[in-house]
Design a protein around this ligand. Structure first.
Ligand SMILES: O=C(O)CCC(=O)C(=O)O
Length: 338
C-alpha cells in the first residue's frame, strides 16, 4: 500500500493492483487463454512476459527516448506533431479528462506511426504518411531504433491478439486479417513526465483519466511508478490502484474498440498517471485495425437477449474524433509563432 498526501491534507491510501501475467513463451495455450480471459473480465489490464524483445533493446529504446526529450525546447518544437498525428506533443498539449483537469497533462510525447511514403496512395489516409524524424546529425541511430521497435512491438501485439481471439471464441487468426492487424494503424508514443507532483484534488495530473481508443495498448515503463487504474469505471467515486512496473514485462490494456467489438464483455479500463516528483519515461504502443475496418459487434458477443450496444463505426472515423477531442488545435501553436 502506498500513502499519498492529498491537497486537503488527508492521506489517500492506494493499493497496488495484482494483475495476471501472460507468458508468451508458454506452450500451454489453454492456460494462457484462461489467464487472459480472467484478466479481461476482471480489469482489462495484464502483464505480458517473454515477448521476444530483449531487455538490451528495450534499454536502447528508452535511452534514445531520453536523448530526444533532453533536446532544447526549440529543437523539439521544430518537430511539432502534424495533422497525421506524427511528431512532438509538448507539455499540456493533451487534455484527457477535461471534467477533472484544470489544464492539459504534465507530459510531453512523440508519436511515430506506420511509415508510408508521401507518394504512396495510402498516404492520403488520415493516419498514414511519412513520420517526422529528428535529424540523424542530432540523434544518430534514432530513427532506426524506433522503426525496429515499431516492427517488433507489432509482432507482440499480434501474438496477444491471437490469445484475445481465442478468449472471445473466435478463430485464432481473427485479428490477423488484412482489414484488422494485417494493415493496422499502430502508433508508438514516447512519453516523458518531467517530475511535477500531481494533485488530483487540484485537478493536476501527469495524465488525466482516460481509456485508450483501439484494440490493445502495450506499455513499457521505467521503474518509476505513477500509473493507476480504476477497475470499475462505473463506480462513483473511482477506486484507483497503482500498477507496479515489472522489469522486462509489457503492461497491456484493452481499448475502446475491443469494448465495442465484444459488446462490453471485455471492457476498456480507465487509467491515469500521477507524477510523484521524479522524472518518468514510458513507451506506449497503441494498436488499432486498418483505416476502413468496420468495428462492429462480434458474432460471438451478441444474442437476441444481448443485442449490440454500439452502432458499427469505421476505425478512422472513430480515431479522428477521439484525437480531436483530446489534443490542442494545431492552429494554437501556429498563432503563437506569428
Ligand atoms: O505513461 C503511462 O504509464 C501511461 C500512458 C497512457 O496511459 C497513455 O498514453 O495512454
Amino acid at each position: 500500500m502506498e500513502k499519498k498526501q492529498s491537497g486537503n491534507g488527508a492521506f489517500e491510501v492506494t493499493n497496488v493492483s495484482t494483475l495476471n501475467c501472460i507468458d508468451l513463451s508458454c506452450s500451454d495455450l489453454r492456460q494462457s487463454v484462461a489467464l487472459l480471459k480472467q484478466a479481461c473480465l476482471d480489469c482489462g489490464f495484464f502483464y505480458v512476459t517473454n515477448h521476444g524483445i530483449s531487455r538490451e533493446f528495450m534499454e536502447e529504446v528508452f535511452e534514445q527516448s531520453r536523448r530526444f526529450f533532453d533536446l532544447p525546447a526549440g529543437e523539439k518544437m521544430k518537430l511539432l506533431r502534424n495533422e497525421k498525428h506524427r511528431g512532438y506533443t509538448p507539455l499540456l498539449d493533451e487534455l484527457l479528462d477535461p471534467g477533472n483537469q484544470v489544464h492539459g497533462d504534465y507530459k510531453e510525447g512523440y508519436y511515430i506511426g506506420v511509415e508510408v511514403p508521401e507518394d504512396d496512395p495510402d498516404a492520403q489516409k488520415p493516419f498514414y504518411g511519412p513520420n517526422v524524424w529528428p535529424s540523424s546529425e542530432i540523434l544518430p541511430g534514432w530513427r532506426e531504433t524506433m522503426e525496429k521497435y515499431h516492427q517488433k512491438a507489432l509482432e507482440v501485439a499480434k501474438s496477444v491478439a491471437r490469445i484475445i481471439a481465442l478468449a472471445l471464441d473466435l478463430e485464432i487468426d481473427f485479428f490477423d486479417k488484412p482489414e484488422m492487424l494485417g494493415n493496422p494503424i499502430a502508433t508508438l508514443r514516447l512519453l516523458h513526465y518531467g517530475g511535477e507532483v500531481s494533485d488530483p484534488s487540484q485537478g493536476i495530473f501527469g495524465a488525466g483519466a482516460h481509456s485508450d481508443y483501439g484494440l490493445i495498448t502495450l506499455l513499457a515503463t521505467d521503474d518509476v511508478s505513477g500509473l493507476q487504474i480504476c477497475k470499475d469505471k462505473d463506480a462513483n467515486p473511482c477506486v484507483w490502484e497503482y500498477v507496479a512496473p515489472v522489469k522486462g514485462a509489457f503492461i497491456v490494456n484493452l481499448g475502446d474498440m475491443l469494448e465495442r467489438w465484444s459488446n462490453c464483455i471485455f471492457k476498456s479500463t480507465l487509467h491515469r498517471v500521477l507524477g510523484n516528483g521524479q522524472q518518468r519515461y514510458s513507451i506506449a504502443y497503441f494498436v488499432e485495425p486498418s483505416h476502413d475496418c468496420l468495428v462492429e459487434c462480434l458474432p460471438s458477443c451478441k444474442s437476441d437477449e444481448n443485442p449490440p450496444k454500439f452502432p458499427p463505426i469505421k476505425c478512422a472515423t472513430y480515431l479522428s474524433q477521439r484525437y480531436s477531442d483530446t489534443h490542442t488545435d494545431l492552429n494554437t501553436y501556429r498563432a503563437g509563432q506569428t
